[in-house]
Design a protein around this ligand. Structure first.
Ligand SMILES: [Zn+2]
Length: 87
């Protein structure tokens, strides 16, 4: 599971790292969420809203988060800490 959620608001589908209310599959309409593009918007959970276009900065940010989650573990970090001894 990725840590972000998509949320339609203000005419576009944004993504947010905010916690959703317990058990909710989406933010209820009117929920104030801070989006990945840096806005504070009220969610619109109507059916039509899910057909809006994705917000481009939010989409970029979700791709970055997703690749951080899956692209790691190449050993760079252990190599760096090994070199961090006394010099
Ligand atoms: Zn956005």
């Amino acid at each position: 599971m990725y840590p972000f959620h998509w949320v339609p608001a203000a005419g576009q589908r944004h993504a947010s790292l905010d916690e959703r209310p317990d058990g909710a599959l989406a933010y209820p309409s009117g929920t104030e969420v801070s989006t990945l593009c840096g806005a504070q918007l009220a969610a619109d959970n109507s059916v039509l809203a899910w057909f809006w276009e994705s917000c481009v900065p939010c989409a970029d940010e979700t791709r970055r988060i997703a690749s951080e989650r899956t692209g790691g573990g190449r050993g760079d970090q252990s190599a760096r800490s090994a070199r961090n001894g006394r010099s």
